[in-house]
Design a protein around this ligand. Structure first.
Ligand code: ASP
Length: 306
């Protein structure tokens, strides 16, 4: 498998942001949707995070704002428009982590309109790191916006599920969204959110809410958000493996991304990708999938990958 790598320095403002909208094969995903629509959604999400960072806000606020925008966009596999389970339901997973070592996550979250905010709440206001199916009343006590379960369902995802179950749609069943950032104070953070894999068994949880697998951050080292075949990312503890290469071996971020994909994904036959930012604000997008939705600044302008 060939790994495609893209890298860019921090913005002129001294902050960095990169987001992803899932790895897979564009044609195999919701092919009725135009690349232009995806690109517009990626740009809107990038702006949500970059506005925070440009105003001197925190990396945590930036990644949560970015992921919230992607969760609200029905094109992406998170929040409304998430990929559906075999039963046609949406079970949402999300996590956040800050470089100072704090983390929060939710799995099979059914009623938080924005699972990323539920994950952040777990991190900031509970004794837990990971909560499974937090009750609606609890989410409301936390002050989060809640919705009925059918809020997450879209006709496009229901059609995608039928296509997968009928064998019409083969190959990639991935998605997931995420963001990593470094703010002007040098703090880094990562957030990831997903509906999981299309047609997954109810109760299946992938790498997204598993700290060290789908999401990881450590100040001065790297913040990472992953997308792809979640079981392989858990088995390879991919995000932590990447950070460890930077931390213990001193491997530059771009090389570390390539090395982790080669060591932990390729041998498992797993397709996916990740985004990362290092302690100096250099960002990397890497994937061994044919395509990966992403947005970042190349130094002069915002570029999107569709
Ligand atoms: N990693 C996610 C999961 O396994 C799916 C994806 O990123 O496409 O749940």
């Amino acid at each position: 498998m060939t790994t495609q790598l893209f890298t860019a320095p921090p913005t002129a403002g001294g902050w960095s942001l990169v987001l992803h909208g899932g790895a897979g094969g564009r044609v195999e995903e919701l092919s009725l949707e135009a690349a232009a629509d995806y690109s517009a959604g990626l740009r809107t999400a990038y702006r949500a995070g970059s506005d925070v960072l440009a105003a001197g806000g925190s990396a945590l606020d930036a990644v949560c704002a970015t992921v919230e925008a992607l969760e609200d966009d029905p094109l992406f596999n998170a929040g409304r428009g998430a990929a559906l389970t075999a039963a046609g339901t949406a079970e949402l997973d999300a996590s956040v982590m800050t470089g100072d070592g704090r983390a929060g996550a939710v799995a099979a979250c059914l009623h938080a309109r924005n699972p990323v905010h539920a994950a952040r709440h777990v991190m900031e206001h509970s004794a837990a790191v990971l909560l499974v199916a937090p009750p609606r009343a609890v989410l409301e006590d936390w002050g989060l916006t809640t919705v009925e379960r059918d809020y997450f369902l879209t006709p496009a995802r229901q059609q995608q599920l039928r296509n997968v179950q009928d064998g019409v749609l083969q190959g990639s069943r991935h998605g997931t969204v995420g963001a990593v950032a470094r703010d002007v104070h040098g703090r880094i953070a990562a957030a990831t959110s997903t509906g999981g894999m299309v047609d997954q068994t109810e109760g299946r949880v992938g790498d997204t809410p598993v700290v060290g697998a789908g999401t990881y951050a450590r100040d001065g080292v790297a913040a990472i958000s992953c997308t792809g075949h979640g079981e392989a990312f858990i088995q390879g503890v991919v995000a932590h493996d990447l950070a460890s290469r930077v931390r213990y071996l001193g491997t530059p971020l771009e090389q570390a991304v390539a090395d982790t994909v080669a060591a932990e994904l390729d041998p498992r036959g797993a397709i996916g990708g990740l985004i990362a930012v290092d302690g100096d604000g250099r960002i990397v997008v890497g994937h061994n999938s044919p395509a990966m939705f992403a947005a970042y600044s190349d130094g002069t302008q915002v570029v999107t990958h569709t």
